[in-house]
Design a protein around this ligand. Structure first.
Ligand SMILES: Cc1ncc(C[n+]2csc(CCOP(=O)(O)OP(=O)(O)O)c2C)c(N)n1
Ligand code: SF4
Ligand SMILES: [Mg+2]
Length: 271
């Protein structure tokens, strides 16, 4: 039998993995082990597979992913300091056929921009919202965020988050699921091959929902910030599994069309 040559193996039909065409060649600035890059890759793959590169607009945030627009070759708007859902609303309403997604960290979405987040979802905007919850303000030096765990050390809570002083970690995703405007609310992670695959399915579903005009699709990704947590990437994954997942359990929280307007409508009060 002839010996197998490299040219026999490297054929299109044998390809099992390739970099998405939506990803640019710009090297990412993220720390080793950071979840941001993995989620970027999944969004890129979904956009490529759905063939919607020309019809997708991302709203880039503040935080470590502030320069996300360098990494995905689509159209972008920049809306820092929590305003991404408001800017997404304006763009989507004036361009209803486009796929509009926001991408924000927990400091951006659940602290600085809580009001914009809640109201955009409550209005049932037909956008995709991707929420990277790494329980810390990563970019600015690891300060405590609303999502920081009880007892978790950060640069502004060196002895651990104290409930009496700082209150409880905010489960904003559960709050969002309560709002009639949310259609699909799910919590995912990207720390193992299986969770990466599940997260990609969730992102795909959220983008598909966006074309059906059924309300907001919201994906939380429980994520690592090894630099902010002062743990190496492997320790970070373990810390996340042991400490974050019990409080932020993975899985779908809501999967339905938003509640019937008629159900909430009152009788006419003006003749
Ligand atoms: C109104 C306002 N407050 C605070 C800041 C400073 N700031 C910029 S990024 C950031 C933290 C962002 O953290 P997060 O959204 O969780 O993103 P991560 O870096 O963790 O991915 C903060 C506090 C700011 N730019 N504007
Ligand atoms: S500081 Fe944290 S969130 Fe920012 S790139 Fe590093 S690991 Fe990622
Ligand atoms: Mg964060």
């Amino acid at each position: 039998m002839d010996e197998l040559q490299l040219a026999d193996i490297i054929k299109p039909e044998n390809k099992v993995y390739g970099k998405s065409k939506i990803m640019t060649d710009t090297p990412m600035h993220y720390c080793y082990g950071c979840s941001h890059g993995v989620v970027h890759k999944l969004i890129a793959e979904v956009i490529e597979e759905m063939n919607i590169q020309e019809d997708t607009i991302g709203i880039a945030p503040v935080g470590c992913s502030v320069m996300m627009y360098y990494y995905l070759d689509i159209d972008w708007l920049q809306a820092p300091h929590g305003r991404a859902p408001a800017v997404a609303t304006g763009y989507k309403r004036t361009n209803p056929k486009k796929y509009v997604f926001t991408y924000q960290g927990d400091g951006d979405l659940a602290a600085i921009g809580t009001a914009e987040t809640m109201h955009a979802v409550n209005r049932g905007e037909n956008i995709v919202m991707i929420f990277i919850n790494n329980a810390i303000y990563g970019m600015t030096g690891g300060q405590m965020a609303p999502t920081t765990m009880i007892g978790q050390s950060t640069s502004t809570s060196p002895h651990g988050r104290d409930v009496e002083v700082n209150g409880y970690p905010l489960k904003i995703t559960e709050l969002i699921a309560q709002l009639p405007g949310s259609a699909y609310v799910t919590r995912q992670s990207v720390h193992t091959p299986a969770t990466v695959r599940k997260c990609k399915k969730a992102i795909r579903k959220a983008f598909e929902n966006s074309a059906k005009n059924i309300g907001t699709s919201f994906i939380e990704v429980v994520s690592t910030c090894n630099s902010g947590w002062k743990l190496d990437p492997v320790e970070s994954n373990k810390w996340m599994e042991e400490n974050m997942f019990p409080f932020y359990p993975l899985g779908d929280i809501k999967d339905s069309v938003h509640d019937d307007v008629e159900k909430y409508s009152v009788q006419k009060n003006k003749k």
